[in-house]
Design a protein. Structure first.
Length: 270
């Protein structure tokens, strides 16, 4: 029994010591005090008290203003410029020019005005007219037969309208070439797509030399690819139709050199 009592006593003492040492209340650690902040209390009154700093600023400004006034007084006084110095000095040459112009004006005013001379009209003299008529009677015609022959030669040299190539004949020649022309597709046909070709023919209607496109400048431009393909197709049509049926051989000079317009819109219209 004694052992159990002593054991319980020691156990209780150990528990008490453990609780005393482990709890923070029993620690004697010094608590840190927060920093002290000073606060000034201001009384609200009807008038505000100006701090003494403004007086110091005013005292500093006064000597600066005094220094500025002293510097102004020490500066040299600039004398006003004479009004005469501002005036431009007149050049004697200007006065001479003015005098010369006045003299010229006086000379022009004093010059006498010349009246235009009126030409006297020749009086009509009937005797002179009679003399001229008599002289014309005396003059004879030199070789009147030669003059008549010259007139006939002039009439023969004038070209007659019958010998010229008519529009119907030109259209007939062009229609033969148009029948041989197959236009390419996918080209925007408008007024700018008319191909002009020069054709040189023999008396039998065959080509004397290769046909030529009049707008050869457009053929070389890279932006005119549609026109170039159209012109090449027209040239192929002229070569394909060689030879063609021609009008009268006696008028060969009228149709040996032709310039024909190849308009694709005529083929599209039918």
């Amino acid at each position: 029994m004694r052992v159990s009592v002593l054991g319980s006593i020691f156990l209780h003492v150990f528990i008490l010591l453990f609780t005393v040492l482990s709890l923070p209340l029993f620690n004697n650690n010094d608590l840190e005090m927060p920093p002290v902040i000073q606060v000034e209390l201001i009384e609200i009154a009807e008038k505000t008290n100006v701090p003494q700093i403004s007086k110091k600023i005013e005292e500093q400004k006064e000597p600066v203003e005094k220094k500025k006034e002293e510097t102004k007084l020490n500066q040299p006084i600039s004398k006003p410029k004479d009004e005469k110095s501002n005036e431009k000095v007149k050049d004697p040459s200007d006065e001479e020019k003015i005098e010369k112009t006045k003299l010229e004006e006086k000379m022009i005013q004093n010059m006498p005005v010349r009246k235009p001379e009126v030409k006297k009209k020749d009086k009509f003299d009937p005797l002179k007219l009679a003399e001229l008529i008599d002289k014309q009677k005396d003059t004879k015609m030199d070789n009147p037969e030669e003059i008549i022959e010259k007139d006939y030669e002039a009439l023969d040299s004038t070209p007659s309208l019958d010998k010229r190539l008519t529009l119907s004949e030109e259209d007939a020649i062009r229609a033969q070439f148009m029948q041989c022309w197959s236009i390419p597709l996918g080209i925007p046909y408008d007024d700018t797509m008319i191909v002009k070709i020069k054709i040189y023919l023999n008396t039998d209607g065959s080509l004397l030399k290769p046909p030529e496109v009049v707008q050869h400048e457009r053929m070389n431009k890279p932006s005119e690819k549609y026109f170039r393909t159209l012109a090449e197709s027209a040239l192929r049509a002229v070569r394909r139709c060689d030879p063609i049926k021609v009008p009268d051989v006696e008028r060969y000079d009228d149709w040996k050199n032709l310039q024909l317009n190849f308009d694709p819109r005529e083929i599209l219209r039918g």
